[in-house]
Design a protein around this ligand. Structure first.
Ligand code: DX5
Ligand code: ZN
Length: 233
C-alpha cells in the first residue's frame, strides 16, 4: 500500500467544546494549527439528538478565518443550505443515508460555490460511493453511529476506510478521506494507516484536561508517527 501521503489534517469538532467559551476554544484550535472547524448539525430526526444551527456558524465566522465545515445530520439538508451559506459556511458533508436525491444535493452545494462531501454511516458499504465520488471533494467515513460525541470507535470500520482509499485512488485521487467519531491518540493512527487524511475529533481535542493545543499536538503526533513508520522500517 502507498503510505506516503500528504500531512494529516485535523478538524476539531465543536460539539465537544465548552459553548460558553466557544470563540476562545476555536481560536485556540486555530492557533494550534487546525485545518478547519467541523460543525455538527443535528435535527433530532435524522439522529436522536439536537445540536446547533446557522446562527452558531454566523458567530464563528466572525472569530475565525478557518474554513467552516458543516456536517449535516438532518433529514432534509437541501432546506438548510442557503441559510448556512449565508452564515458563512465553506463546505458541507451530507449523508448518503436517507437521501434519495443525493446527486441533486451535491450539485446544489457546488452551485452555491461550496465544497461538497459525502458521509457514510458504519453499516453503509463503501460501494455506494462509486457513482458520486467524482463529484465530491471529501468522503467522511463515520467511525461511530452519528448523533453523539464521546462514543467508542468502531474497529469494524477500518476495512471500509481501506476500501474507500482504494476507490478514491482509482476514481478521484485528490478527494479527501475523513473519519469522524471516537478518534483519539489510539485510534487515529489506525485510521491513518488505513488511508484517512482528515481526522475529525471532538472529545480528544476539547474534552481533555489539557489545553486544546496540547491535545491537538498529541493527536497530530500519534497520526504522524503512524504515517512515518513504514519509511523508518
Ligand atoms: C458524531 C459527530 C462527531 C462528533 C465526534 O455524530 O459527527 O463529529 O463530534 O465526537 P468525538 O470525537 O467525541 O467522538
Ligand atoms: Zn461530525
Amino acid at each position: 500500500m502507498d503510505v506516503k501521503r500528504e500531512v494529516v489534517r485535523l478538524a476539531p469538532s465543536i460539539l465537544a467544546a465548552d459553548f460558553a467559551r466557544l470563540g476562545e476554544q476555536v481560536a485556540e484550535s486555530e492557533n494550534a494549527g487546525a485545518d478547519r472547524i467541523h460543525v455538527d448539525v443535528m435535527d433530532g430526526h435524522f439522529v436522536p439528538n439536537l445540536s446547533m444551527g446557522a446562527p452558531v456558524v454566523a458567530s464563528l465566522r466572525r472569530v475565525t478565518r478557518l474554513p467552516l465545515e458543516i456536517h449535516m445530520m438532518v433529514s432534509a439538508p437541501d432546506l438548510f443550505l442557503d441559510e448556512f451559506v449565508e452564515a458563512g459556511s465553506d463546505s458541507f458533508l451530507v449523508h448518503w443515508e436517507g437521501n434519495t436525491n443525493l446527486h441533486r444535493t451535491v450539485q446544489r452545494i457546488r452551485a452555491l460555490g461550496k465544497r461538497a462531501g459525502v458521509a457514510i454511516n458504519p453499516a453503509t458499504p463503501a460501494v455506494v460511493l462509486e457513482e458520486i465520488l467524482q463529484d465530491v471533494g471529501q468522503v467522511l467515513v463515520m467511525t461511530v453511529d452519528p448523533g453523539f460525541g464521546h462514543q467508542h470507535f468502531l474497529h469494524s470500520t477500518l476495512h471500509k476506510i481501506q476500501r474507500v482509499r482504494q476507490m478514491i485512488g482509482q476514481i478521484k485521487p485528490e478527494c479527501e478521506l475523513g473519519v469522524d467519531g471516537g478518534i483519539d491518540r489510539d485510534t487515529a493512527p489506525l485510521t491513518v494507516a488505513a488511508g484517512a487524511n482528515v481526522l475529525v475529533a471532538g472529545t480528544a481535542i476539547f474534552g481533555e484536561n489539557d489545553s486544546v493545543e496540547t491535545a491537538m499536538n498529541r493527536l497530530r503526533a500519534s497520526a504522524t508517527r503512524q504515517e512515518q513508520q513504514p519509511h523508518a522500517a
